[in-house]
Design a protein around this ligand. Structure first.
Ligand code: GTB
Length: 212
């Protein structure tokens, strides 16, 4: 069955991997699934046709036959559960990999998103400068904990899994802030993710849309 995802017609980052269709593309590439992309403008995302797929008017969405999904966590989990390559066969190891997916989007990503908001959406607020160190330190606190757990390991729990795919996807958004580089093992972890051929294909495909 054909898989179709949606992505930005014109991504604010010029297609440098920060928009969330990257993690879905990456999961599809890791599992060898061909897919099509429907590009949507910011305006089209808020129109009824797209809202029928995504109640919050965002990208990415995922369509496969009758199935329509939104939320990258759910989409990547669906891909990982239906195709070999992103979840271990052992039931407990599988549950732990899924735990890391949730940790990425539920525990690590929120302070990173808060930092992005503080830098962009809230930058003109009178309290923005005072609040910034607080927001940055919340990110550092999480990274310190994650860094301690990862230690010298290559991936968070054994072999590469959907947990690493989500965690690296969440962390790479931090690179521009310089905070990721304060944690050498996490910077190397993200770089290992980006070095995977599947990530490179996903990145190149997104970049090509925006370069065109
Ligand atoms: N929780 C949802 C998920 O994981 O799927 C969040 C989806 C989401 O935030 N989608 C964003 C969106 O559609 C695009 S990825 N925004 C438009 C809107 O809400 O109106 C967020 C994003 C976009 C661009 C950059 N960038 O260019 O740096 C980074 C991140």
């Amino acid at each position: 069955m054909t898989i179709t995802i949606t992505a930005f017609e014109k991504s604010p980052d010029g297609g440098k991997g920060l928009a969330r269709d990257t993690r879905v593309r990456w999961a599809l590439e890791e599992t060898g699934q061909p897919y099509q992309v429907r590009l949507v403008s910011f305006r089209a995302m808020k129109e009824p046709a797209h809202l029928a797929l995504h109640p919050f008017g965002q990208i990415p969405t995922y369509e496969e036959g009758d199935l329509v999904l939104f939320e990258t966590g759910a989409i990547v989990l669906h891909i990982a559960q239906h195709h070999v390559g992103l979840l271990p066969a052992d039931a407990n190891a599988r549950a732990r990999a899924i735990t890391w997916m949730f940790a990425a989007i539920n525990t690590v990503e929120p302070p990173i998103l808060d930092l992005a908001d503080a830098k962009i959406a809230e930058r003109d607020k009178p309290w923005a400068t005072d609040r910034m160190p607080l927001v940055q330190d919340r990110v550092r606190d999480r990274l310190k904990q994650l860094s301690a757990r990862l230690g010298n390991a290559e991936w968070v729990d054994g072999g590469f899994s959907a947990g690493d795919l989500m965690m690296a996807s969440v962390l790479l958004r931090l690179r521009a802030s310089g905070i990721l580089d304060e944690f050498a093992n996490l910077a190397a972890y993200v770089a290992r993710g980006e070095a995977r051929p599947a990530y490179k294909r996903a990145f190149a495909a997104q970049l090509a849309v925006n370069a065109g």
